[in-house]
Design a protein around this ligand. Structure first.
Ligand code: URA
Length: 216
């Protein structure tokens, strides 16, 4: 399916979803937003008060700080995709429950499949756990690891830095490393594409094989 069609289909399903109890208290579900060809996908925790009001991710105080962090990483908000592990607001901004994470995971999985991002940035421990398992965010923040061919970077949640000012410099430093990770992911993608082209060429008849030009 075309990536935009798949994203639109997921968003339509999210808006009418009744797979967990969060549907009862939500005003608006928040599927996420961004272009289908985004190189970078940001995954937060769940909508807060303002997100529930507007149906858009990261539009409250944490969102304002995220905008600042994106600038620091030389990224434009319109060019990245932003979503959450749960698409409906947990009442009182409590942590999402395991059954809510489980019920919502198929939406996120299909968003990842549609966007096919090179880099996934996890914001906070719930999205981090989806890719990195049982690690401590204080140990791995700012670090990356390859997961299924994508570079996953663990970040503190922007709201954590707003509540604990001592984290702010760490978050700023971590986001400052994102351009380097993006370069690393692009280099890897180019190498993989080259390997793929080479192995496809092996099946070509000799006369169709690319030749390396020599200056001598
Ligand atoms: N916090 C999140 O994790 N997600 C949002 O969309 C807003 C605040």
């Amino acid at each position: 399916m075309d990536p935009l069609d798949l994203l639109n289909q997921v968003a339509a399903e999210v808006r009418v979803c009744v797979q967990c109890q969060l549907n009862v208290s939500r005003k608006n579900a928040v599927p996420g937003e961004g272009p289908p060809n985004a190189e970078v996908l940001f995954i937060g925790e769940g909508p807060g008060f303002y997100e529930n009001e507007q149906g858009r991710p990261f539009v409250g105080a944490a969102g304002k700080f995220l905008d600042e962090l994106l600038q620091r990483a030389h990224l434009q908000r319109e060019k990245v995709f932003i979503t959450n592990v749960v698409k409906c607001r947990p009442p009182g901004n409590r942590d999402p429950l395991p059954e809510e994470l489980e019920a919502c995971s198929w939406f996120l999985d299909r968003q990842i499949e549609a966007i096919n991002p090179m880099v996934i940035v996890t914001l906070g421990r719930f999205s981090m756990a989806k890719f990195m398992g049982n690690v401590r965010i204080s140990d791995v923040h700012g670090q990356s690891r390859w997961v299924n061919g994508r570079l996953v970077v663990a970040m503190f949640h922007p709201a954590a830095a707003l509540h604990q000012p001592s984290l702010k410099n760490a978050v700023l430093d971590d986001f400052g490393r994102l351009p380097g990770y993006l370069t690393q992911a692009r280099t890897n993608r180019d190498k993989m594409q080259a390997v793929q082209v080479t192995s496809e060429d092996e099946n070509l008849p000799d006369e169709d094989k690319p030749t390396q030009l020599s200056l001598f």
